[in-house]
Design a protein around this ligand. Sequence first.
Ligand code: A2P
Length: 343
Amino acid sequence: MSMRIQEKDLPSIAILGATGVVGIECLKLLAERNYPADKISLLASPRSAGKFIEYLDEKLIVEDTNQDSFNEKNVVFISAETQVSLKYAPIAVSKGSLVIDDSSAFRMNKNVPLVVPEVNPEDIFLHQGIISIPNCTTTPLVMLIYAIEKLSKVKRLVVSTYQSVSGAGKLATEELFNQSNDWLQNREISSKIFPYPIAFSLIPQVDDFEPDGYTKEEHKMINETRKILHNPEMRITSTCVRVPVPITHCESINLELSDNLDLQSIYNALDSMTGIEVLGKNNFEEYPMPFNSSGKDPVFVGRIRKDLSCENGFSMWLASDNLRKGAALNALQIMEKAFSIKY
Ligand code: A2P
């Protein structure tokens, strides 16, 4: 029988990047769980030191990050820039903390588990101090593939993403709002975070280009998917696109299976997967969008149909809140599994 954990035994947590979009979402999720305020420390850059953030009915102070910030912290969530993870994760590990890191710094390191708890929970317990969470586009995708592969092997997968600006942080989100305002006021638009204007447009480039013409984001999706599914040979290609949406990533997915399945089997496989919710089974006009998926925990899947152009092919569409399951929720669920937390 599972036991609820005593409040005093809950791990003490530091959130590094507490003032960022993922840090704030992490606090929201902890508040939903009534996590005790005295078990949470907020860390950011010197720019934010001394600021207060409301949490339940208290105000938590944000502290500058330094060598001593991790003393007596059981868990350190990091969601800042890659350089910040590279600098502070080893320090936190040396103090005995479990680091759950949102950056790409350690994801492909063979000693670092890359985890989606619904897919590869057993990998959590192989950690040597750091566990990485996947890119916010990879997490919902591997959940979907994992569910379908219970029925039939995926022979080839083609995915195109429609990624919200919050995936690039709070300054990127501000850039979308400022550019939208400027565009509507007929003022000149300036771009600092994105390489081109994002308001009323889209950008088929997320992160820098590699010599093969793919972007780093596209490679991340491919390599991380293979690592999490323990399938280094998986045939998968991706095109990542930034769209002028504040929160929630969408993906158009086309997959070719080894076996001939009917639509109902796909519905059943996805329906029985924890963390996935299927829309549009009885009504084509019901499908997931940022509009009805943001702020929610599940990965929503819809537009599921047979691909008429090949044998054993299916096309589908998903939407997933990139700050929740794509980042903070996945990180928190890893902690909950690692420490067997039941509230
Ligand atoms: P700050 O707000 O003080 O700049 P986002 O992902 O939304 O862009 O947020 C990034 C987060 O990472 C913010 O909380 C930011 O804090 C934090 N951060 C950025 N650089 C550093 C740093 N050198 N040390 C600690 N925290 C940092």
